[in-house]
Design a protein around this ligand. Structure first.
Ligand code: SAM
Length: 280
């Protein structure tokens, strides 16, 4: 990309890297191989696998597709998606070397090395030729974009004509925030090293790159954050919260992710799908 890297971008990228390198063990211990705040409200057995299958269905993945998992974590979603769609091949990228190492090992253990390859790189500057992928997905990762314009122009470049981009994420409400909401959001962004944007900003950045937006939905009726809330609290063998001095005891993960204004954070879960025109 011809654009010169801005020092602020590298500083921010460094803090995201550090967050994931430092947090990865706690995320694995308290949550698992899929690190998403939003999971299906209604599930049968495994909420993370079923959430990953649900989003795979919404993407409309075709047999034999070549996909990019943009912000892959430790490859829980990529593994579920390959198991679900069978013939898919996925390039999975993360900024965190720690995540990439664990993801790579897990992919090997599952016998999926022919299907999934893990890369450490920035999804704003992808090491892939033009027109490589049939689909690109972001699962709670585009909120780390320091420039949506730059991100979607890069996504457009590596996507084949007719290919899709799917984004399940956390979005800020598109209205003026109260003082307490603005403060709650600032704490939220600081804790998760996030840069929460509105869905409208994502949609307009996609349209600027000539994507055709198929849908942009509020999915609050489908997803909730009960599992990540639970991961912050210690539970006994019967699944009851452990209380000490009248307060629930926090897990190590919980201690790092306390937002005293949690209930005021003005965000919701949603998803967007957009398509690159088949003729360019
Ligand atoms: C909330 S985690 C979600 C991980 C994964 N999608 C999942 O569902 O388990 C966000 C992921 O985005 C990745 N990420 C954030 N900024 C990135 C960037 N600029 N380039 C590549 N990956 C990035 C992080 O390294 C992390 O793996």
């Amino acid at each position: 990309m011809a654009e010169v890297d801005h020092p602020q971008f590298s500083e921010y990228r460094q803090s995201v890297k550090e967050y994931y390198n430092r947090m990865n063990r706690l995320i694995l211990d308290n949550i698992g191989y899929s690190y998403q705040a939003a999971t299906l409200i209604h599930y049968k057995e495994d909420p993370y696998r079923e959430t990953n299958e649900f989003v795979a269905k919404k993407m409309g993945i075709k047999s034999g597709s070549c996909l990019l998992d943009a912000g892959c974590g430790t490859c829980g979603p990529a593994i579920d998606i390959v198991n679900f769609t069978e013939t898919t091949r996925i390039s999975a990228v993360t900024l965190s070397l720690e995540q990439a190492k664990i993801g790579h090992r897990l992919v090997q253990e599952k016998g999926l090395s022919d299907h999934i390859q893990v890369y450490v790189c920035d999804f704003h500057e992808l090491p892939f030729p033009d027109n490589t992928f049939d689909g690109i997905y972001f699962l709670e990762s585009s909120g780390y974009s320091y420039s949506l314009e730059r991100l979607y122009s890069e996504v457009y470049r590596v996507l084949r004509p007719g290919g899709f981009v799917y984004d399940k994420g956390v979005f800020k409400h598109n209205r003026e925030l109260t003082e307490i909401e603005a403060e709650a959001l600032a704490i939220f962004d600081r804790i998760y090293v996030f840069k929460t944007q509105t869905m409208e900003h994502h949609v307009s950045a996609l349209m600027q790159q000539r994507f055709r937006v198929e849908f942009a939905n509020d999915m609050s009726h489908v997803f909730n954050q009960s599992l990540i809330t639970k991961a912050k609290i210690q539970h006994d063998e019967n699944g009851q919260p452990i209380i000490a001095d009248g307060k629930p005891l926090r897990t190590e993960f919980g201690k790092y992710h306390v937002n005293r204004l949690g209930r005021h954070v003005p965000v919701y879960f949603g998803d967007i799908k957009a398509v690159k025109s088949p003729v360019v």
